[in-house]
Design a protein around this ligand. Structure first.
Ligand code: ARG
Ligand code: ZN
Length: 481
C-alpha cells in the first residue's frame, strides 16, 4: 500500500487513516485510501468479486420487455466498507447511466472483462456504511463477454440462471460466493407475463401504468450472487404450504407441452424430498421451497437457485425424474447454505448433490448406493479420460466435469465405507450445522470427517480427490459397518 508520510499532530487534508500515537515532531505513517481490489483472488477466477466492501443487501428493481430483451433498472446495494477506499469495483456488464454513493454522484469507468470501477465523490473510510445506487440498461442476450452470455432469452421471456457467472447480466454485484446478501427483486413486465424469483412474494403482483404488472420477491436468508435468479415468461404458478408452515412455490412453463406432466410429477415431489433430505442433512436452511420447470427453448441444465431450483426441459424426456429434484435440493444444504470458499472446492457442491441421488436411489428401492457405486465405477474404463480429472481440483475449465459429479459421489461412498454408517451420517449434518450460511473448503471437510470418525483419512482424500488415474477399490480400507 502507498503510504503518506506526515508529521505528528497533523493529518493531510482529505486522507483519513488510523493516526499512530503522536509526539511532537515524530513522523507517523498514515495509509492513504487505496483502490479496492478488482477480485477476491479466487484461485480459478481471481477477478470474480471485489475487495474492500461487504454487501448486506441488494434491492434490484427492474423493468423488462420480452419483445426486445431490454432490461432497465436500478439496483441499490447496502454494504459496509472493509478498508479505506479511493475507488471500488462492481462486477457488471450492462450500460451504466449513473452511480451514487451515499447520495453523491460518483464517476465510473470500466476495466477488464466485467469490472465497473466506481470513484465516489468522497473517499470511503473503513467501517463506513455504503448505499450504492446504480441505474442501468441493456440487452443482456446481446451483451457478450468472450462471445458468451449467461442470460438466456426465450420465446416468451428470459432466464437469469447460470453458474458461476449470472449476475453480470442483470445486477451489479460483488460476484463471489464469499459475499452473501439478502435480496429484494422486483420486476415490471407486460401484464400477462409471470416473473418467478427466490424466496417469497411479500405482496401480490400489482398493476402499473401502461398495462404492466410489477412482481416482488424477497429473500431473508444469506444468498450467493449466482443463486439469485429470475424466470420471466408464461408460467403456471402452484403454491402450497408444508405442514410445518413453509411456503412451497412451484412454476411450470406453459411451453412444455407433452413434457409438462413429467415436470409436474417430479417438481410436485419437492416438499417430500426436502423433508426426506432434512432427516439426513439437518434442518432445511431456508424460508421457502419450490422449483421452476423452465421453457423448452431455455437452459440445458438445472441449477440450485436458492429456495427454488430451475430445471431445463431435458430432464423430463423419459418421464418423471425425481433424481434431479433430489440433486438440486441437496444443493440447498451443499452449495447454497454451505458455499464454496473458492470455486476449486466445487466437489463440496457437486459430489454431495450427486451422492444425494445415490441415497435417493437406495430410499426408492431402485438400487443401493453400493450398487450405484459399482455401476458407476465400472462404466468408466481405467483408461478413460474421466479418471484424469481431479474432483478436488478440476481446474477452472472443468468445474462441472463428470468427474466432479460421479467420482465426487464415489469419494463420498468410499468415505462412508471407511468410517461406517454411524459416523458418516453424523458427519453430514455436522458439516451443514458448522458452516450454515457460510463458506468452506475441502480441507475443512476432511478435518471434520477425521474428528468425528477418529480416523486419518488423508490417503482416502488424496487418492479419490487429488490423484489422477482410477483408484483400486479393493485397496480402500473398510471398517465394519
Ligand atoms: N450446479 C448445476 C448442477 O446442479 C450445474 C450448473 C452447470 N452450469 C452450466 N452453465 N451448465 O448440476
Ligand atoms: Zn449439481
Amino acid at each position: 500500500a502507498a503510504l503518506t508520510l506526515t508529521t505528528a499532530g497533523t493529518m493531510l487534508a482529505g486522507t483519513p487513516g488510523q493516526a499512530a500515537p503522536t509526539g511532537w515532531g515524530r513522523p507517523v505513517v498514515t495509509a492513504a485510501p487505496q483502490p479496492g481490489a478488482p477480485g477476491l483472488g479466487d484461485t480459478y477466477f481471481p477477478d470474480y468479486g471485489n475487495g474492500g466492501y461487504d454487501v448486506e443487501h441488494y434491492d434490484v428493481r427492474l423493468r423488462y420487455d420480452p419483445a426486445t430483451d431490454l432490461l432497465t433498472g436500478t439496483t441499490t446495494i447496502l454494504a459496509t466498507a472493509t478498508e479505506d477506499l479511493s475507488t471500488f469495483n462492481l462486477d457488471f456488464l450492462l450500460d451504466v447511466e449513473s452511480v451514487r454513493v451515499n447520495g453523491w454522484a460518483a464517476t465510473t469507468s470500466t476495466a477488464g472483462a466485467h469490472e465497473l470501477v466506481v470513484t465516489p465523490a468522497r473517499t470511503v473510510t473503513r467501517g463506513q456504511q455504503l448505499t450504492i445506487v446504480v441505474r442501468y440498461s441493456g440487452v443482456p442476450s446481446e451483451t457478450l463477454v468472450g462471445g458468451y452470455t449467461g442470460w438466456t432469452r426465450t420465446d416468451d421471456g428470459a432466464l437469469a440462471v447460470n453458474e458461476p457467472e449470472s449476475a453480470w447480466w442483470w445486477f451489479p454485484s460483488n460476484d463471489h460466493p464469499l459475499d452473501k446478501a439478502t435480496y429484494d427483486i422486483s420486476v415490471s413486465v407486460p401484464t400477462g407475463v409471470e416473473v418467478i424469483s427466490n424466496g417469497v412474494q411479500p405482496r401480490p403482483p400489482a398493476a402499473e401504468a401502461g398495462n404492466r404488472t410489477r412482481w416482488i420477491w424477497r429473500t431473508t436468508t444469506p444468498t450467493a450472487t449466482y443463486l439469485a435468479f429470475m424466470a420471466i415468461g408464461q408460467y403456471d404458478i402452484v403454491t402450497d404450504t408444508t405442514p410445518g408452515g413453509q411456503p412451497v412455490i412451484n412454476a411450470y412453463s406453459t411451453s412444455l407441452g407433452a413434457l409438462g406432466p413429467a415436470a409436474r410429477a417430479s417438481i410436485e415431489r419437492t416438499a417430500e424430498i426436502v423433508d426426506w433430505e432434512s432427516g439426513i442433512f439437518g434442518p432445511y436452511p431456508f424460508e421457502a421451497q419450490g422449483g421452476v420447470a423452465g421453457p423448452v427453448d431455455g437452459i440445458s441444465f438445472a441449477l440450485e437457485t436458492q429456495t427454488r431450483p430451475v430445471y431445463g426441459p431435458g430432464f423430463w424426456r423419459r418421464g418423471a425424474n425425481t433424481y434431479v429434484v433430489a440433486h438440486e435440493n441437496a444443493h440447498q444444504w451443499f452449495g447454497d447454505s454451505v458455499s464454496v470458499a473458492e470455486w476449486r472446492n466445487i466437489w463440496l457442491n457437486e459430489g454431495f448433490a450427486s451422492y444425494a441421488e445415490w441415497l435417493w436411489s437406495e430410499e426408492q428401492g431402485e438400487g443401493t448406493a453400493q450398487e450405484v457405486f459399482d455401476f458407476t465405477y465400472a462404466s468408466y474404463p481405467a483408461d478413460d479420460e474421466f479418471w484424469q480429472v481431479l474432483p478436488g481440483d478440476p481446474g477452472a475449465a472443468r468445474v462441472f466435469d463428470n468427474a466432479v459429479y460421479d467420482r465426487g459421489a464415489m469419494t463420498l461412498h468410499q468415505l462412508r465405507l471407511a468410517v461406517g454408517d454411524d459416523a458418516f451420517f453424523e458427519i453430514l449434518p455436522a458439516w451443514t450445522a458448522e458452516h450454515r450460511y457460510g463458506n468452506a473448503t475441502i480441507e475443512q471437510f476432511q478435518a471434520l470427517a477425521e474428528r468425528i470418525s477418529g480416523l486419518d483419512l488423508d490417503d482416502l482424500f488424496t487418492t479419490w480427490l487429488f490423484t489422477a488415474g482410477r483408484p483400486d477399490v479393493a485397496s480402500v480400507a473398510r471398517k465394519a459397518a
